[in-house]
Write a protein that binds this ligand. Structure first.
Ligand code: NAD
Ligand code: WQD
Length: 336
């Protein structure tokens, strides 16, 4: 059984990916410092798959602690690196925390990988690196635009670090996955996006409003240059997204793929904020009271993926409908 280290594995995307890795026959070692998740997730993963992943509470910025993980679990073949701080607004207030966490963590991993014969890294990047693309849908060759937040900048710097390490002849491969907007939860409703702190992302706000935790929600702007005036995004089901990580790891370990590859992970379909709210109401039968307010500073007007490369090269495709995905987010909210 191939051993994979999943950093940030008790987090939102990491927990779903651990489930898919185990379903595909991989053995998973999770490292997480629980700064944005909790250890109970390990038991939830075990409940879904019947296998309890190994879990080490450790901080990826602590190189000695990471080294111990590699020592304790010999033969780790691949790393999927999710661990990062990800709140855009917070990164503007605490930039140094974001730079330290997101950059030092990656450096530590890349430095340790060759010592333990690790063959590859799958890295969580983001469509945020494209800014407002000139051409839509956006493919992997689109220009990378100056970051509008320290968080976004950490993803750009991370991508540069990986590129330079690989080009310098590092003895491992890497696949960089650029996620669009991950939403939804596992169909079992055992795992999903944990609302630690105030959620800033659209779907958790929609489900909390539907549940009455909030009286109403705000739609940030209806005067954009889009058909209904609200912003457009590409919302990708989290289980679909997770499956792409398994395929990427298979590709690194079992094929003679290039040393460094980039893939956009999205559905290829743009949805406006107002369309998403209305689809949520239709697919769950629950009303979401909302008010249109001014634009949110720093928002991109519209972006959606051209996922052709992932479809063609990885043989991966987003499969879940938005309706089913929104229903899964609602089931998860009810569980909370
Ligand atoms: P999340 O916060 O749910 O998961 C991240 C996990 O990493 C958490 O469990 C947290 O406790 C852990 N962590 C953070 N810093 C750590 C450290 N130094 N050492 C060990 N563990 C640490 O976030 P997520 O939504 O699952 O995101 C996973 C990755 O995907 C992140 O790199 C994020 O930047 C990236 N990403 C997320 C989105 C999104 O919208 N959710 C979009 C694009 C990219
Ligand atoms: C989606 C749309 C809002 C809340 C962020 C990060 C990005 C990436 C994904 C990690 C926007 C609108 C939202 C609300 C609203 N993360 N909205 N009312 O902005 O696309 O991207 O998460 O890499 O880096 O910036 O996602 O979910 O915050 O917003 O109208 O209460 O919903 O204006 O148009 P976004 P989001």
């Amino acid at each position: 059984m191939k051993r994979i280290l999943v950093t940030g594995g008790t987090g939102y995307i990491g927990s779903h990916t651990t489930v898919e890795l185990q379903n595909a026959g991989y053995e998973v070692i999770i490292v997480d410092n629980l700064s944005n998740s909790n250890a109970e997730i390990v038991g939830k993963i075990a409940k879904i798959t019947g296998i309890r992943p190994e879990f080490v509470q450790a901080d990826c910025i602590d190189s000695a602690a990471l080294k111990q993980v590699f020592e304790r679990y010999p033969g780790i073949e691949g790393v999927i690196h999710f661990a990062a701080s990800k709140a855009v607004g917070e990164s503007v207030e605490k930039p140094l925390l974001y730079y330290r966490n997101n950059i030092v963590s990656l450096l530590n991993i890349l430095e340790l990988m060759p010592d333990y014969g690790v063959k590859g890294l799958v890295f969580s990047s983001s469509c945020t690196i494209y800014g407002q693309p000139k051409k839509l849908p956006v493919d992997e060759n689109a220009e990378i635009q100056p970051a509008t937040s320290p968080y976004g900048n950490t993803k750009q710097i991370n991508e540069e670090i990986i590129r330079d390490a690989i080009y310098s002849g590092a003895p491992y491969k890497s696949i960089v996955l650029r996620y669009f907007n991950p939403i939804g939860a596992h169909p079992s409703a055992e795992i999903g996006e944990l609302p630690l702190g105030q959620p800033q992302n659209l779907v958790p706000i929609v489900t909390r409003t539907a549940a009455g935790v909030r009286k109403e929600m705000f739609v940030f702007g209806d005067d954009y240059n889009t058909p209904d005036g609200s912003c457009i995004r590409d919302y990708i089901n989290v289980v679909d997204l997770s499956k792409a990580h398994v395929i990427a790891m298979d590709r690194i370990l079992n094929s003679n793929s290039e040393k460094l590859e980039y893939f956009n992970l999205g559905t290829g379909r743009g949805l406006s904020v107002l369309e998403l709210i209305s689809l949520f109401e239709k697919s769950t039968g629950v009303k979401v009271p909302y008010k249109i307010v001014g634009r949110r500073e720093g928002d991109i007007e519209q972006i959606w993926a051209d996922p052709t490369r992932a479809n063609r090269v990885l043989g991966w495709k987003a499969e879940e409908s938005v309706e089913d995905t929104l229903r899964s987010a609602w089931e998860w909210q009810k569980r909370l």
